[in-house]
Design a protein around this ligand. Structure first.
Ligand code: SF4
Length: 296
């Protein structure tokens, strides 16, 4: 690598936490100012570095299988939300719940619950476009009252038996293109059978608003380093957009991965971006490490 000191490094000004994640982290930090430890059901945020930081100050991540250990304890419900069965279980064991479900997810759960009641009357079903084992989707499925099915892509939608009314929803962090493709397919198939179809494009606007900026930011630089937890749906989605606009976009989850990065001698500028669950502080650390690597 030659002339590496000339490389310009910029953090995406539109990257950083969304308000749902900001709120859950801020509240967790506030709780931990007043107590030694607090439990959270599942990973608070899909970002390994941020999780490590919070665990250092007393946050304890507990899985759904270990719920019985929380008898009488204080427990945080994260921004992804939970199905009604989780609340029921926690109440049974007398746990004190701090519900940090993102208001957007909460609204979606309520809407699904209302539509589920209507669909039950007509023998219909609810289809959710999302990732089956994603915590938000597990929570949403809990509100479908047993008439929900998850499809991860158009191929899976094509396997549905379309003999009843359908209401289509989306996981908040899924992509518009995927939703549109499934919506168009279901609309066409059900209309041609004269079966009612309704759809709700419930993707989070916060993620949507990032799209134009990540496109232009990715095109502006010779190389993009996209920082996100591997489990983050919006991270995978935003990275795909970055990659479509810059073939030299690299996905990393940990700071140490910077050491292995190959930076070609043609690279004059590097852009750093991340998911809605990637903290600004981590992007700054990535920039710092990169500068060190480049400048030696
Ligand atoms: S991405 Fe949107 S829905 Fe998800 S936590 Fe953030 S603000 Fe809430």
């Amino acid at each position: 690598m030659t002339d590496t000191k000339k490389i310009f490094i910029e953090i995406d000004p539109n990257a950083g936490f969304c308000f749902g994640v900001t709120n859950s982290i801020k509240k967790t930090e506030e709780f931990l100012e007043k107590r030694e430890e607090i439990y959270v059901l599942g990973e608070l945020v899909h970002n390994e570095e941020e999780l490590k930081r919070l665990m250092k100050i007393g946050m304890k991540v507990i899985s759904h299988d270990e719920i019985d250990l929380l008898k009488g304890k204080e427990i945080i419900i994260r921004a992804h939300g939970e199905p009604p069965s989780t609340y029921k279980k926690l109440k049974q064991i007398n746990a004190k719940i701090y519900d940090l479900t993102c208001p957007i997810v909460l609204q979606l759960q309520k809407k699904i619950s209302i539509v589920a009641d209507e669909m039950i009357k007509t023998g219909g079903m609810i289809v959710i476009y999302g990732v089956k084992n994603h915590p938000e989707v597990i929570g949403l499925m809990g509100h479908t009252k047993g008439i929900g099915v998850v499809v991860e892509d158009l191929e899976q939608a094509k396997e549905l038996q379309l003999d009843r009314p359908v209401a289509l929803f989306s996981q908040t962090t899924k992509d518009k293109e995927g939703f549109d493709a499934i919506e168009n397919y279901l609309k066409y198939e059900l209309n041609s059978r004269h079966i009612p179809f309704e759809s709700y494009a419930t993707m989070c606007k916060i993620v949507d608003r990032r799209l134009p900026s990540i496109e232009s930011f990715s095109r502006k630089h010779d190389m993009i380093i996209f920082v996100s937890g591997k489990e983050s749906s919006n991270g995978q989605y935003l990275f795909r957009i970055a990659k479509n606009n810059n073939s030299n976009a690299i996905f990393i989850s940990f700071l140490d991965e910077i050491e292995q990065l190959e930076i070609s001698s043609q690279v004059e500028s590097i852009g750093i971006s991340g998911a809605t669950s990637t903290p600004q502080s981590l992007l700054e650390l990535v920039k710092e490490r990169l500068e060190k690597k480049i400048n030696g």
